[in-house]
Ligand binder design. Structure first.
Ligand code: PGA
Length: 248
């Protein structure tokens, strides 16, 4: 059985004090223990949020990292630094990073390997643009992203990787893929993993959907066979909404 995973991607939102206030709000509610809840917060808030999460089951995630342990990379943050804080997850290859920060597939691959080396679980984002979907190229595009991301990654590591299928046209737009469309793509990604590795890897890999997920759409989504969770932007910034997503 795959453990469902609901991850909040706060993006570039919340100062340190706002981050702590949001965590305190979330802590007022009971969360379903059968679901893994993750908050992916800005770098500067990671240490303090880690402390604030003590005694809860909520996991901590970063939103990006460099692939080197250290070095002359001004402005970057390494997996070693994240490890010391006690980060459990790291979003890698989010479409906003691909789009605005030139994050190409080979960098995504290096970052996944670096995360795994330090026991940080990567949440690897893939997804097509609107033009690609309109040209019926979504499977081709997503397959290429998945295979390039997982190049030279061993089967043993698959259980520690989460893939987030996030169609770019659905991110922050209020447009969401139907639960059937989301499931179809998650199923396709699962098949791609099965073809690359084997049946066990296919069954182990956790696949999330992301893109305008809201409390009123989560139930339908989570009822689908191949959807193991959600990566949520906007709705994760409101405590009550995040809690309803986790408690779907
Ligand atoms: P959204 O963002 O839920 O605001 O659409 C999702 C994401 O970018 O991970």
């Amino acid at each position: 059985m795959r453990l469902p995973i609901i991850a909040g991607n706060w993006k570039m939102n919340n100062t340190i004090s706002e981050s702590l206030a949001l965590i305190e709000d979330i802590k007022k509610y009971d969360l379903n223990k059968e679901v893994e809840a993750v908050v992916c917060v800005p770098y500067i808030s990671l240490s303090k949020v880690k402390k604030a999460l003590e005694g809860t089951d909520i996991k901590l995630g970063a939103q990006n990292m460099h692939w080197e342990d250290n070095g002359a990379y001004t402005g970057e943050i390494s997996p070693v630094m994240l490890k010391e804080i006690g980060v459990d997850y790291c979003i890698i290859g989010h479409s906003e990073r691909r789009q605005y920060f030139n994050e190409l597939d080979d960098r995504v691959n290096k970052k996944i390997k670096a995360a795994l080396k330090y026991d940080i679980k990567p949440i690897v984002c893939v997804g097509e643009t609107l033009e690609e979907r309109e040209a019926s190229k979504e499977e081709e595009v997503v397959k290429e992203q998945v295979l390039k991301a997982l190049e030279n990654i061993e089967k043993e590591d698959i259980k520690n990787i989460v893939i987030a299928y996030e169609p770019i046209w659905a991110i922050g737009t209020g447009k969401t893929a139907s639960s059937d469309d989301a499931n179809k793509m998650c199923e396709f990604i699962r098949k791609t993993i099965g073809d690359k590795y084997d049946v066990e890897a296919k069954e182990d890999i956790r696949i999330q959907y992301g893109g305008s997920v809201k409390p009123d759409t989560i139930k339908d989504l989570m009822a689908k066979k191949d959807v193991d969770g959600a990566l949520v932007g906007g709705a994760s910034l409101v405590a009550r909404d995040f809690v309803s997503l986790v408690n779907y």
